[in-house]
Design a protein around this ligand. Structure first.
Ligand SMILES: [Zn+2]
Length: 320
């Protein structure tokens, strides 16, 4: 049997770094998680390098060396130049992550934003096969989208297109967002947002049974479970979150006319959440979304890693 051609994927989130090897069909063959703490892009880069050394030594390659590596990171990325522009507006210090990794490991390296990387996986191995006009919507600790129009992923003048978590919709809570505005969808409908809203509103609902620990985040599945039982704080939180997310989806549909909305991110695991959002989508607004609002059929837990593999494959193909 011929030796498999493989690609190395690396995905860096807020608290976790995952490294894995992927075959040319997007199948994840091997992976390892690393806990991370980083304060800026340079320390994140150091973390990636030391973890890669560990991976090479302790996990090792499937066959020969992977053909290329792809990295998905949070924040703004110039994927053509391989430059990681920023983590967030308070941490902006552009570094050439692709070049550094390429030189350190003598392997071609390509970099992209994590949500845009996941969308590349959808384009290559998921619903992108049937659709040239879709929106991939990530709903997890934050909210962001990658928008594909006429088969092209929209990036913008500063690689900042798709930050739809910072759109405001009709829901009003009075929650300040790091972006400077109030009541961005992300502050109401993401897991971090629901946690913050629970803390802000708890005094208005003294009878709540929701546990709000001081040292960890409120569990969104608890919020939805208690809402079902009539807990009024949780009813408020879930109504706000589902209103905001449904409005966001319908607004995006009006802007780019997709035929599919593909959902990804940890919040997908809370089935009540997505069912409630879907129930709030208006048929007339959604009438051209003929392929529906659907969870990604790729492995939702590892879509970022598979996407990083797609970044590596795209990078090599574009070099030719
Ligand atoms: Zn915002």
């Amino acid at each position: 049997m011929a030796m498999k051609q493989t690609f190395l994927g690396i995905v860096l989130g807020g608290t976790q770094l995952t490294i894995g090897e992927i075959d040319e069909y997007g199948k994840l063959l091997k992976m390892k998680d690393y806990q991370t703490v980083f304060f800026n892009q340079e320390s994140a880069q150091d973390m990636i390098i030391s973890s890669l050394h560990d991976y090479e030594t302790h996990v090792g390659w499937i066959g020969k060396r992977p053909l290329a590596m792809g990295v998905g990171v949070i924040g703004r990325v110039d994927s053509e130049k391989g430059i990681w522009q920023q983590i967030d507006p308070a941490r902006t210090h552009p570094i050439n992550l692709a070049r550094t990794l390429q030189e350190t490991f003598s392997m071609p390296c390509f970099v992209d934003n994590d949500v845009k990387a996941s969308t590349r996986a959808v384009m290559r191995w998921g619903a992108g096969h049937e659709s040239n006009n879709f929106i991939y919507l990530y709903i997890g600790t934050g909210i962001a989208a990658s928008i594909v129009i006429d088969g092209k992923q929209i990036r913008g003048a500063h690689f900042n297109a798709g930050e739809v978590g910072h759109l405001k919709v009709g829901t009003r809570v009075g929650m300040r967002c790091a972006c400077g505005r109030t009541d961005c969808v992300e502050t109401i409908a993401s897991s971090v947002g629901i946690d913050r809203c629970a803390r802000m509103l708890r005094n208005d609902y003294p009878d709540t049974n929701l546990s709000i620990p001081s040292n960890e985040r409120v569990k969104v599945e608890d919020v939805f479970r208690l809402a079902k039982a009539g807990d009024s704080l949780c009813v408020k939180l879930t109504e706000n979150a589902t209103d905001a997310l449904a409005d966001l989806i319908m607004n995006l549909v009006r802007v780019t006319d997709p035929d599919t909305i593909i959902l990804g991110g940890e919040m997908l695991e809370i089935s009540d959440y997505m069912a409630h959002v879907k129930a709030k989508l208006q048929p007339v607004t959604m009438r051209f979304v003929t392929r529906g609002v659907v969870p990604t059929r790729l492995d939702a837990k590892n879509i970022g890693l598979i996407g990083a593999g797609a970044v590596a494959m795209d990078g090599l193909e574009n070099q030719k």
